[in-house]
Design a protein around this ligand. Structure first.
Ligand code: KG4
Ligand code: ZN
Length: 337
């Protein structure tokens, strides 16, 4: 089955064609970073308008690259949520309409299920069951995954998501948007012995997270020190280490609690080098293994949506002619495949 995937849930237009026999045929991404940079964050209305302009040309580009005509497409997968409602409506509207026009089935894909399955696009994909750490701009969740659509939430952030904490702290440090990569880059110059930030909620049982206090801790540290370039780098590093160590402690706990040996990490923050290295160490110690997507598929992309949609379409799932986008959409509501 050859599936066209459309991702427009936030600030990237991602398009891909995935073939169940031959894998990924082509993919392309248009990032809106430059568009939102001067505002220091995503402006939802600008995001929607840009998706309107970019989605169809990008679909044409990807189909040309793959040498594919509409008649070669067997189904369309689009992100229907969660995300920015206006942005989601663009991909949802275009995806459902193209499916109608081309006479092929459509399927509404959950954005976080896309992230969660992204490691399966790589060579030697993980087998079920596994523990998934989903760390993006909007979500921080530990999930037990027994199969596609079989998700048991083990823990999640009670306030800011990990990526959101990166973005907010980066903003305090005067770094641009998106803050995560910028903060990680600054942290490379930091001295690890200068500051130690807390590891929130690790001293009590459970697998939930809380990251908003770290941002405040960073602010207090900034206010009580002369803010030269070195101090900023030291704060960035202390913050990054605190987030990574907190995630590592909870991942280890989740593996112990479930008795599972495989861990996957996905979502924008899984692009963080320190996190990837640390979780690989944790899994090695536990005689387990960590799996993650290639860097380009950690952050939002069309390939993960085409892949997730393909699994659901192959299982017979279909979206009717009625369709809607959902800003909020708990992953546990997804049906089994
Ligand atoms: O998955 P994603 O592209 O979009 C959402 O679904 O939210 O994740 C974006 C988030 C942003 O908060 C961004 O700052 C963070 O991922 N991020 C990073 C890195 N690359 C992206 N955070 C830390 N280190 C990175 N290298
Ligand atoms: Zn995402």
């Amino acid at each position: 089955m050859r599936i066209l995937g459309i991702e427009t849930s936030c600030d990237e237009t991602g398009i891909a064609i995935y073939d169940s026999e031959n894998g990924l045929l082509a993919h392309a991404l248009h990032s809106q970073v430059a568009l939102h940079a001067e505002y220091g964050g995503v402006v939802p209305e600008l995001a929607s308008r840009d998706h309107v302009q970019k989605t169809l040309p990008l679909i044409r580009q990807v189909m040309d690259e793959a040498g594919i005509q509409p008649a070669d497409i067997d189904g369309i997968a689009y992100t229907a949520g969660p995300g920015l409602i206006g942005a989601l409506m663009v991909g949802t509207g275009i995806g459902r309409s193209l499916a109608y026009a081309w006479g092929v089935p459509a399927v509404a894909v959950h954005h976080m299920e896309g992230h969660l399955l992204a490691p399966m696009l790589e060579e030697s994909p993980p087998e079920f069951p596994f523990v998934a750490l989903l760390v993006s701009g909007g979500h921080t969740q530990l999930v037990r995954v027994d199969g596609i659509g079989q998700y048991q939430l083990l823990g999640e952030s009670l306030d800011d998501a990990a990526g959101e904490a990166f973005d907010k702290t980066a903003k305090l440090l005067g770094l641009g948007y998106p803050g995560g990569p910028a903060l990680a880059k600054l942290a490379e110059q930091g001295n690890p012995d200068r500051f130690t930030f807390p590891r929130p909620m690790t001293d009590r049982p459970g697998l939930d997270f809380s990251f908003s206090g770290l941002k405040t801790f960073a602010l207090n540290t900034m206010q009580s020190h002369e803010l030269d370039d070195q101090t900023k780098a030291d704060i960035a590093l202390a913050f990054e280490i605190a987030v990574v160590e907190t995630l590592a402690i909870k991942c280890k706990r989740a593996l112990k609690q479930t008795g599972l040996k495989r861990l996957i990490i996905a979502g924008g923050v899984s692009a963080n080098t320190r996190l990837r290295t640390r979780l690989a160490e944790v899994c090695e110690k536990e005689n387990g293994r960590v799996y993650y997507p290639r860097l380009a598929f950690c952050t939002d992309n069309g390939a993960m949506i085409a892949f997730a949609g393909c699994q659901r379409l192959m299982a017979g799932e279909r979206q009717g002619l009625d369709f809607s986008a959902r800003a909020r959409w708990p992953m546990e509501e997804l049906g089994r495949v």
